[in-house]
Write a protein that binds this ligand. Sequence first.
Ligand code: 4AD
Ligand code: MG
Length: 466
Amino acid sequence: MPAQRTRIKDLLSAANVDDAPNPVNVKGWVKTVRSSGGVAFVQINDGSTLADLQIVVDASCPDYGLVGGLTTGCSVSAYGGLQESPGRGQRYEVVAESLELLGGADPEEYPLQKKRHTLEFLRELAHLRPRTNTFGAVARVRNAMAFGIHQFFQERGFLYVQTPIITASDAEGAGAMFRATTLDLNHLPMTGGQVDNNADFFGRPAFLTVSGQLEAEIFAQSMSDVYTFGPTFRAENSNTSRHLAEFWMVEPEVAFCDLDGLAQLAEDFLRYIFRHVLENCPEDMAFFNRFYDKELITTLEDIANSDFERMTYTEAVAALRESGENFEYPVEWGSDLQSEHERYLTERKVGRPVIVTDYPSSIKAFYMRLNDGGETVRAMDVLVPRIGEIIGGSQREERLDVLQRRMAEAGLDDAPYWWYLDLRRYGTAPHAGFGLGFERTVQFATGMQNIRDIIAFPRTPRNAEF
Ligand code: 4AD
Ligand code: MG
């Protein structure tokens, strides 16, 4: 018996039996077992591809006696010849010469039965759900998109930098940070009626980062073109199908670049990664198209092949007010666009992704470059159908005095940001960057309704199991 295991994907992708490894040793988890006329048909999956492999076990196999004990969820190893399958639904099958039961799964207890389970039920089984077709496909698409993201930036000479997860500064100035502490919350060290932060691990308050942007800016101010790709954390009490407390963000930061250059980068980037996933995950994408969104592939192909619409915030507000729609939240110049507004713009008004620019300075972060007149900033959000905002970014404020004024207006103490301000003191250069929500992007590409089904172990308010 060959020691090497053959992945089901490699077997099934062989052009014909003669090109495939033969005989083969395959291993995986049992999906179904069916017996007829003294022959057992065991469907197994090893996660390498959506398709299952059929193992045929008949009485001539010395391990035939095992088949009675094979149930959904067992892990098995089979050795035998690969042949064209006369059965429907598959090209090849393996006729077992030997079979081994590696790990049983009591059918009375195994929670993933053959029937279809709801996505909500499967969320409680995050340790087993990767065995289902849907979550296997999400995992493979997620993997391909992460790889495509690196490939896009690497092909363009961007440097991948790793920014810290523990930080002392609030990158968004929005105060939605988790605190990272080793203090004993039941016995807090006090000084002058206040918690003594000096006694904490870092000798000061520390947090989980909401964004790697500020540190990426450091690198852009010496390496020109950089990007980060890492986990970020937001302690917002948002219980929606598009919010997580822990999610992954891709943040390119580019020196000598203005907002127009950044918008072009964002557009090229999104088109590239959607094309990448269509080309690299055809079976999984066909699965999502069939079971989750019948227009999925057409939509992604359209996006990969068309230009995005651009409009200013002021134009967007005018379009929303003229729409005649009955929005839950009123549309007024100066208030943030709500998800319903974003979706109207991209789904109804334009029917394609939209890049909205130049938002009111009062609703955007302190680091965005102020436009002449001071009412608006050089911000951009990229909106896509079904999801709304998928990218948020801006040209950065490179003028020290303007930045300091904006921080004061935002009520931020500039002491912890001394190094950020130094970048404006020494060789400051125009620069711009954006953040792409990775889970929202995979959610969009798969047609899945809820972001909690995109990340393996979702963290949301009151939920941090696994
Ligand atoms: O618009 P945001 O807050 O931008 C920033 O954090 C900037 N520092 C990025 C930058 O310019 N380098 O977040 C960027 C993106 C959003 O467009 C959204 O796709 C995603 O991150 N995002 C979330 N995804 C899931 N759950 C949440 N709670 C999210 N908050 C933001
Ligand atoms: Mg945003």
